[in-house]
Every structure is written in C-alpha cells, then in structure tokens.
Design a protein around this ligand. Sequence first.
Ligand code: 4AD
Ligand code: MG
Length: 463
Amino acid sequence: MIGPGSYVCDLLRGAPGTSVTARGWVKTRRDGKNVHFIQLNDGSSPVDLQVVVDEGVVAPEAIARITTGAALSVEGDLVASPGKGQAVELKARALVVLGAANPEEYPLQKKKHNLETLRPLGHLRARTNTFGAVFRVRNVLARAIHKFFQDQGFLYVHTPVISSSDAEGAGSMFQVTALDLEEAAHARKAPDFTQDFFGRRTYLTVSGQLEAEILALAFANVYTFGPTFRAENSNTPRHLAEFYMIEPEMAFCDLKGDQDLAEAFLKSVIGQVMDECRPDLEFLSKWYDSELFQTLETVLAGPFERISYTEAVGLLQKSGRNWEFPAHWGADLQSEHERYLTEELFQKPVIVTDYPREIKAFYMRSNDDGKTVAAMDVLVPRIGEIIGGSQREERHDVLLSRIRDHAGMNEEAYWWYLELRKFGGVEHAGFGMGFERMMMYLTGMKNIRDVIPFPRTPGNAEF
Ligand code: 4AD
Ligand code: MG
C-alpha cells in the first residue's frame, strides 16, 4: 500500500539522494538512446513523476510492457532533475510491471480526449489529467465545507436516505420497494404496499431538510451533507438524478441570517479551494475556462447583490431583451433570466428573495403581503441557481393550511413536522447547496456529468 510520504506528490517534494519506492500508472513512455523516460502518477498530483530507466536495468521484454495505463512499482533514488517542470526525478534500480495494459485495447492514449468520449469510460477516465484535477478539487471542496461548518460550531447530522415523505412536495421521487412487482403484474394485482418492507410506500429522499429541522430544534445549528435523488426527467447540463446536497439549518434565524450565512459559506469554501488547489485550478483554467480565476475572485471581492423577486421581474422587463420566456410576476425565473441578472446586470452573485408563494415549496414562511414567501435563491454567473433556501413556516396553523392547500400532499404523513411547531417551535431557516453545481463553478466544467465520478441521469446508470 502507498502511505504518507510515498505518494507521487510526496516524492516530487523529496530530497535528492533519497531511496524510494514509487507505485502508480504509466501516463507515457518515451525512449531515448540507452534510456527510457516514464511519466508515472498515482492520482495524487497534477505533475507526473518522471522515472528514468537506463538500458539494462529492466529486461527488454519488460520495457515493452511499460505502456500507457500499465501499473508499475519502481525502486530507485530521487535525483535532481535536469528537465524543467520537476525538481527531482526517480532513477530506477528495479522496476516491476504489476499490471499490463495492452496498448491495442487500452482506450486512453496521450492526447486530449473530449469529455463526451470519456463519459462512457467511467472505469478509466479518473486516470486522465482532467479528472485527476476535478476529483482532487472535489475532495478538497468536501473538506472545506466541513471545516466551515465545524468552525462555526454546527453539528454534522445524518438524515435518512429512505424516506416516506416528500420533502419538497414536488412529487419527483424514486420509489423504494422490496415487493416483487413482476409477480404482482403477473397476478394482475395492484401491489399492496402495506405488505412492503416498511409497511408503507417509501422513496429515496429528495432533501434532508425536514429531518434537519428536527435536529436544528435540538442543536440550534446543524448541517447535512449527503446524497439526494430527483426523478425529474431533466436532461440538462445542470441536473443529476443523484447528487450531493449540503443543507445547513439554523434555529433562531430569519431570512436575513440565512442570506448572511450563505454568502459567508460560499466565500469561505471558494477561498479554501483556491488556496489549496491552485495547480489543479490552473490546469482546468488553461484547458477549459480561461476566465475561471476571474469568476471565482468576483465572489470573494465584495458583497453579493440582494434583490427581491419583484424587483428582479421589474429589471428583466426593463432589460429590453427578447426573452424566450417573457418575465412576468408569478412565473418562476428561467435560466436565461438568472444568467442575465448575475452575468450581465450585476456581474456578481445575486441573492433573489421573496418569491411568489405559488411557485415555491409548502414549508416556506408566508410573508405579510399574503402573496410571497421568505425564500431565497443564490445565483452565480455561469451556473445560475447554486443555492436554494428559505425561512421556514413556524406557525402551526399557517403551515397546516398550506399543506391542505397543496394538491397531492397527505397531511397525516407530516404529523411530526406539524407537531414540531407545537413544542418549542421557533423561527428557523436554512438552505441547500448542490455540491455538483458548486463543483461546476469551481472547475469551469460545463457539464455536471463531468464533476461526479459516476453520474446518474435519465437513461444512464452504468458503473
Ligand atoms: O432548490 P432545492 O430543490 O432546495 C431544496 O431541496 C431545499 N430542501 C434546500 C433547503 O432549504 N434545505 O435544491 C437545493 C440546491 C439547488 O440550489 C441546486 O444547487 C441543487 O440543490 N440541485 C441540484 N443539483 C443537481 N441536480 C439536480 N437535479 C438538482 N436539483 C437541485
Ligand atoms: Mg431551488
């Protein structure tokens, strides 16, 4: 096993003269006169370790098996490298090919592959420079998120993946069943879900929010960070059927506090990733988005714009644009509207608040105007909505009437959510950030399928 001190990233920082063993996969092999140069990587670094193999160190049959994709173990000494790009290289004393990769069959060769071609190669694409960079950023982003909340005293809580309630009241859930549906179909019987594993219908959760509210009313400040599922048939570059969501929930907090936290949170995690992943971000900027650093720096630079939905609609109407979906009060903001506000008009993140009640979820707190709710969406250039949140309806009777007004919602299923409002209920608020939306923002990747190792989208569940 490779341990601390022997990853490629550690060896690259090693002192000349040190005797080491390197393990990893071959990026390329180049043959010189009486010498072979191998670029080796174990995924820990955007820079490969150059291995220099003098003629005679390895049998010619073994050299032929050192091809792109093969796994090697190399013993040798670190020496100062005469080449540019690395301080040291590894001069091999002994080399073993642990796993060959037949070059006739191995699909990744030394050239820039386009991202679509790599998608069906989910079992191999993690070895490319691009996905190396993306998945290292993903790791650091996850740690940055935990660090932000832990430093603020938030409790990390786990909410269930299997759920019997629809947290968004939107009906786009994957059903979970242990019943033999084929058998029921053969017998021409409707499946009886009272006989199912949980004695009722259950689903994969669309959000941990409702359970997070329970925990916020015990621990004041909590956050979840887990997988969520949406069975909406949205085949877009921004939607996944399975994605990770971070959901903080705060007691004694209103919509203003919610916005403040969202802004501080985005700035903190972007700052941390920029500090820790600079070489990877430079690589991604070079190949995929030359304006990446500029975009990220605008988030850190100043306060976000904060406007109400009503103001946003006014600005869209005044814009003189020929919208595909004309903006009018009562209609949800479309992606073209969100992008106009954040990319063109304000050129920075924009928080839009107080949306019409009819287009938002049942749990959002009704405003005194009787028309809007205390909702917020954070919009950022290139992505549009990256965060959705709200102050929650803490008044039992108002919440009950919203559930009753909401077609398709089963009041009984929400008994505990209603009861929370009776026992020590207090104003509270929270939001959800899509982890992969944030990844797109940080990496400059244009398609959400390229920021998660194994994307789940309509028609696609390979790997
Ligand atoms: O706006 P959404 O649906 O809000 C909620 O689920 C709330 N319960 C959150 C809360 O208040 N605790 O989703 C939140 C965020 C979106 O802003 C977006 O970033 C991301 O989750 N998201 C998706 N990301 C990828 N694929 C999808 N299909 C997504 N749907 C939402
Ligand atoms: Mg939303």
